[in-house]
Write a protein that binds this ligand. Sequence first.
Ligand code: 5AD
Ligand code: SF4
Length: 503
Amino acid sequence: MAKENPTDLKSEQDVSKYFIPPDLKKAKKRGKEDVKVIRDFDIPEDMQKIGKGKYYLVRTYGCQMNAHDSETMAGIFEAMGYQETEEENQADVILFNTCAIRENAEDKVFGELGRLKHLKLEKPDLILGVAGCMSQEEKVVNKILKSYQHVDLIFGTHNIHRLPDLLRDALFNKELVVEVWSKEGDIIEQMPKVRENGLKAWVNIMYGCDKFCTYCIVPYTRGKERSRRPEDVIAEVRELARQGYKEITLLGQNVNAYGKDLEIDYGFGHLLDDLRKIDVPRIRFMTSHPRDFDDYLIEVLAKRGNLVEHIHLPFQSGNTEVLKKMARKYSREQYLELVNKIKKAIPDVVLTTDIIVGFPGETEEQFQDTLSLVEEVGFDSAYTFIYSPRAGTPAAIMEDSIPEEVKKDRLQRLNDLQNRISRERNEALKDQIVEVLVEGESKNDPEVLSGRTRTNKLVNFKGDKSLIGQMIDVRITEPQTWTLKGEIVAMPLKEEILDVANG
Ligand code: 5AD
Ligand code: SF4
């Protein structure tokens, strides 16, 4: 149904009722009592066929948590009869699942929303929605109300299960529909999901974050730490294994805190110890916080099997003073000690990390500590960022006198160093044989296949399309900085072929 003049109504809305401004003291007092596990998710009857003959498009920004939320949104759309499209012109609903972690992530979304204004004018029935972390910010919602009045629907990270009801309101009401629960979040089980492919699957093990690093907006946009029940996680992984998935990535903002909010004595190490018994070739996880990485977890990871020898372990800064200002709750020495423990237990472990440069007040000497830590640990790769102030976080009001050029120069020097180390680490793989999960054809050359090692390195090699989805052995012939080139040495069916020959 077309909207007559939606803009007047929108600008009158008071959105302040949806938001409680970030309050560190209050947020830190988060209790565990009021997390509800909701198991009766259903699509309302009147919405079950609403999308018949219609198309949806979900565009995702940010981390894997967001990408997996988009799979849930897609699942809900398909349960309402919608089909997926990549074409904006064909879509009846376009949803932006947004990221708030840095300003440039937000700028991109505003750019896209602006660009789509003409499409909305041409096609007034189009529903344009904003979901994800940006929706949790009052200033974003106000900006949309003021300057992007062609948006029909805004909902937050705690409201995904409400999509059918919100969509109904957006389709049949004239007002902008805003639903952003600033509460700390429940756990909604059994939502439908459309997974990206049949090989690799993401599984949430927990939601939210209670760490409150002073630069980070996630504890405010994603609510408090809350773990899914172990039996729910195990059942989901079992089912994915049964369906033939080859690789599971367990997701949480801080997976090492898994279980701390449950009333049972069961942590991330226990969960991994249970999951490793499931017949699925690979299990990995994202993201770890060094503070909660305990000895039992290392002991379980050292059992290997389907637990891969790759750990993403963000350190953010190599200087203890800066770490203190970031409220990371560990020192440089403690981080290095943890790394040494992990390397001792798993000598061929691949470590990757996240690093922030230009945190307020960071001196050249403090930055040098970050460089020296990178050198000392020898990460295989790193995501590196210039600090971006986020309104409402404690660091946003810290004095920041570092000029922009200095921050950019630090990032460049850090990237140069990391690239050199990445190259060296990859060079060490030359002539080695690695197990590769074949994921698909290379984009540039259909004769070339690509896949990933247990340590998540991308390998390109010549091979037949029929190998897609299989585990094969590949010899690394040409290591490069970010990828590896190789050649197949063993096909997956060799035992069966031998059996046939012998029989
Ligand atoms: N500015 C820059 N980088 C940030 N990160 C989180 N918040 C900020 C910020 N305000 C980085 C951290 C984190 C990764 C996901 O993003 O390195 O680990
Ligand atoms: Fe993911 Fe954090 Fe970005 Fe939200 S703000 S999408 S949780 S990285």
